[in-house]
Design a protein around this ligand. Structure first.
Ligand SMILES: *Cc1c(COP(=O)(O)O)cnc(C)c1O
Length: 388
């Protein structure tokens, strides 16, 4: 069955057809000031009179999706990790390019295929770039990436390895974001900029649908690492769809994890307003000065009584190490942050609660961070007598 869908502006409620030339609400985007989260984020809404299957909750038909391994990632209990009996890891390191970003990239690639679009442009701090580069490669698309020159080397190498055109930007992510928009407008190309392209939120919601299918119920708590706020917005969107169509009754408690040095959404949840920060954290994937999806994510957290918690770089690195040592899961710092957040608030959580930590990217993408917590063997030996 094909389900009817439209875009609806999250601010003014106006509806639009889902077409390549619309990204933000043309009315609300006029409010945009520099150094602010984006105005006029569009949300995909579904309309139907009859019964709906979870597989139908997509804004385009299944036939447009490339047959590549994205999503359907393992949800598993790491028994050595903690005494909580129902603590699950949603392991998105298993996606094609090693990060959660593939969930958004695959939807944008399918959309491009449907509309016979051959080239996609985006700005990224690293993972969205390597993700779109890899999925674009598998789909025969040309990918152009605007990457700050400070991006972790592995993520730049990964993007180049997949054959994307990488433009190195002398400036931060915000500058790369603006330049990529200027470029995609000038050449009339499809943008996959996170939050700006509404399909990035819609693609990321698939994680919530999967968690529900894997647990056969909604979890009580989901811990989500937060930078621009698109993943957490997608998590909310998935559960909202499940509520709309009667699969679950209530919204799980979503907990936003931010680094102390990049806390824009946490601060806004406490104070009600956004102020630009100068982000600094070892967790590069959640380091943002102005969270692009900030207004929208904040609205979800407020509406559904979500919570937020800050973790220090030291807490992130030590939880990254513990996650590897006790669960065999090597996550990048941003992806270990949910575990750091869980450790910090676990005394306040009911012991039997069903808890999911989103592990959003593999540690091999940033070996410099992991090297801070390991010691290399000193000398190479010539015989086993030398072992101490
Ligand atoms: C992008 C990313 C995040 C944060 O997602 P936002 O949508 O920016 O909040 C967290 N972890 C990893 C590994 C990421 O790549």
């Amino acid at each position: 069955m094909s389900i009817q869908s439209k875009y609806k502006c999250s601010e003014c409620g106006k509806e639009f057809e889902i077409l390549p030339d619309i990204m933000l609400c043309p009315i609300c985007r006029e409010k945009q000031k520099p150094e602010e989260p984006l105005h006029g984020i569009l949300e995909v809404q579904y309309f139907t009179g009859s019964s709906v299957k979870i597989e139908d909750l997509l804004p385009l038909e299944q036939k447009w999706f490339p047959n590549i391994p994205v999503g359907s990632t393992p949800l598993w209990k790491a028994e050595n990790l903690d005494v909580f009996p129902n603590l699950y890891l949603k392991d998105d390191t298993c996606n094609l390019t090693g990060s959660f970003k593939d969930r958004a990239s695959i939807l944008v690639a399918a959309f491009a295929k449907k509309h016979q679009i051959k080239e996609i442009v985006l700005a990224s701090t690293g993972n969205a770039a390597s993700s779109m580069a890899g999925i674009g490669a598998a789909c025969g698309l040309k990918i152009t990436i605007f990457l700050p020159k400070t991006a972790p080397r592995a993520k730049m190498i990964q993007s180049l390895q997949y054959g994307a055109k990488v433009i190195s930007v002398d400036g931060n992510y915000d500058k790369a974001f603006d330049m990529s928009l200027e470029y995609s407008k000038k050449h009339n190309l499809l943008s996959r900029n996170t939050a700006y392209n509404p399909l990035t939120i819609e693609g990321k919601k698939s994680v919530s649908l999967e968690i529900f299918q894997q647990l056969r119920k909604a979890p009580d708590y989901v811990f989500v690492p937060v930078g621009d706020g698109v993943i957490i917005s997608g998590v909310y969107k998935g559960f909202k769809d499940l509520i709309q169509f009667g699969f679950i009754e209530k919204m799980p408690t979503i907990i936003a994890i931010q680094a102390e040095g990049s806390a824009a959404i946490h601060d806004a949840l406490k104070s009600g307003t956004f102020r630009a920060v100068n982000s600094r954290t070892v967790a590069d994937s959640i380091a943002v000065d102005v969270p692009k999806c900030g207004y929208y994510a904040l609205k979800q957290l407020q509406k559904y009584q979500g919570r937020s918690i800050l973790v220090s770089d030291e807490e992130i690195l030590s939880s990254q190490k513990q996650l590897s040592k006790k669960a065999g899961l090597f996550a990048e710092p941003a992806a270990a942050a949910p575990y750091a957040g869980f450790l910090k608030m676990k005394t306040k959580l009911p012991k039997n609660a069903t808890i999911v930590l989103l592990i959003t990217g593999t540690g091999l993408k940033d070996i410099d961070a992991a090297m801070k917590k390991i010691t290399f063997p000193k000398n190479a030996i010539r015989s086993i007598e030398e072992i101490q």
